[in-house]
Ligand binder design. Structure first.
Ligand code: GTR
Length: 437
């Protein structure tokens, strides 16, 4: 090596080391986030009134609520989840059945996969919807639908499910390599999807991988559906436009389009559920699309069912910092001033009214603020009552394993952040009661 080359190499090495050092210094200077878990330190807050029109008129009738509902939807679009662009709303998806097994789960169900071409073009963005439809039935089956975290092949070890084709986080939990699903990716999420138990109770299961719509990472936008709907010359979403949660919610509605065309399924009895970030997405989908007859939030927490103004567990600033790709750019303005947010999450829950809504929490998931989820459901109750339902049948937060099954349902169970068979049993009991034919 010549001296000149040696010096150049040393200089580069020193520069790289300095850059790394300054980056890690900058990081260590950022104050560490310490979540509050002390009820006495939650602080005072005043919730916006879901029944007060922007004009100052009080909502006193179901007809007025329809108007107020539009106002609230616009507020969520503008300040929180982002507006779905008109081009995406206008897009006409097409549907192709890509696989079918009439004897899945030992003959209990028909498994099929439907590819949804989201812009109607085969070379455009697409998502795959996986269905299990009970074989034993004398009418179209009611459906439980939800997004999954790790690809459709993750919800069951059934080898007939196609592996997800979009980006997947590498790791033992996903079984992915080079960000693609592998045979090891089968069944990694199956404990959260007791397919057999659901089918045996007469419900069909429909699921979509959220990564087909928006890969869940900071740079997921590029590979998401969003750029397909840019105006000419647009290179990123406007501050009030959609992001990952908006794309996930939009995809769920496209799956409803597919269900509406399927004579084996009852499109009037679709129960939508989502866990955690996918619970946030489910609530946003249920708010925008009233074809979802029943909506379930499982531990959706901050940006989901939990009140944002309660300083407990995760906060607006924290979620926007860890997951900048979930909400729209405008939402970041409230990082340090959540009191000025024109909505709080009880208003999102109220957008489900009068449809049955279930809010589920777990004691071991304090990060999601179980009490804040309950109080949010309680603050949505006046809207449900105005619309002549029985609202939430509890004024105090119930103890563990005491499900409430009024039009706003609720439970808190022991255990950690997860979806368990206990949760599913309550969801199906709730659906049995409220989606009965
Ligand atoms: C956490 C996030 C929560 C929740 C959760 C999940 O890291 O802070 O808001 O969405 O992820 O989706 O499992």
């Amino acid at each position: 090596m010549t001296t000149k080359l040696f010096i150049r190499r040393v200089t580069i090495a020193v520069m790289v080391a300095l850059l790394c050092l300054s980056a890690s210094l900058a990081q260590s200077q950022q104050p560490q986030f310490v979540p509050n878990y002390d009820e006495s330190k939650v602080g005072d807050y005043k919730l916006p009134d879901p029944l007060m029109m922007a004009s100052g008129t009080r909502v006193a009738s179901a007809r007025q609520w329809r108007e107020r509902r539009q106002e609230i939807l616009r507020l969520y679009e503008t300040h929180v989840y982002g507006r779905t662009p008109a081009a995406a709303k206008a897009a006409k998806a097409t549907f192709t059945e890509t696989s079918r097994d009439a004897k899945a789960l030992g003959g209990l169900a028909t498994r099929k996969e439907v590819t949804v071409y989201l812009t109607g073009k085969q070379d455009g963005p697409k998502m795959s919807v996986l269905f299990y439809i009970p074989n034993q039935r004398n009418q179209p089956a009611p459906v439980f639908i939800g997004l999954n975290f790790n690809g459709n092949q993750a919800i069951s070890s059934d080898p007939g499910i196609s592996l997800a084709s979009s980006w997947l986080r590498d790791g033992k939990e996903t079984g992915a390599a080079n960000n693609r699903a592998t045979e090891k990716s089968r069944g990694t999420e199956s404990s959260r999807w007791p397919v057999e138990m659901i089918v045996k109770r007469g419900y069909a299961v429909a699921t979509i991988y959220n990564g087909d719509l928006f890969p869940d990472h900071k740079d997921g936008l590029r590979e998401s559906v969003i750029p397909h709907f840019y105006r000419s010359g647009q290179t990123s979403p406007d501050a009030d436009e959609w992001n990952a949660l908006g794309a996930w919610a939009w995809g769920l509605s496209r799956a409803v389009d597919a269900i509406e065309k399927d004579k084996d399924l009852d499109a009037k009895r679709i129960a939508l559920l989502g866990h955690s970030r996918l619970g946030k997405g489910a609530l946003w989908a249920g708010a925008q699309d009233e074809r979802f007859a029943l909506v379930i939030s499982n531990e959706s927490g901050e940006g989901g069912a939990a009140l944002a103004r309660r300083n407990y567990g995760e906060t607006v600033e924290r979620i926007n910092t860890s997951f900048p790709h979930w909400f729209n750019a405008n939402f970041k303005k409230y990082n340090k001033d959540v009191a000025s947010l024109p909505v709080d999450q009880h208003m999102l829950l109220a957008l489900m009214a009068p449809r049955p809504l279930y809010v589920a929490s777990a004691e071991g998931d304090q990060w999601a603020d179980p009490r804040g989820e309950f109080l949010s459901a309680k603050a949505a109750d006046p809207v449900y009552r105005l619309l002549r339902t029985d609202g939430l049948g509890a004024t105090e937060m119930p103890g563990l394993h005491q499900p409430v099954t009024t039009t706003i349902g609720h439970h808190i169970r022991a255990g950690k952040h997860d979806v368990t068979n206990y949760d599913w049993e309550q969801f199906m009991n709730f659906a049995d009661k409220h989606l009965r034919r």
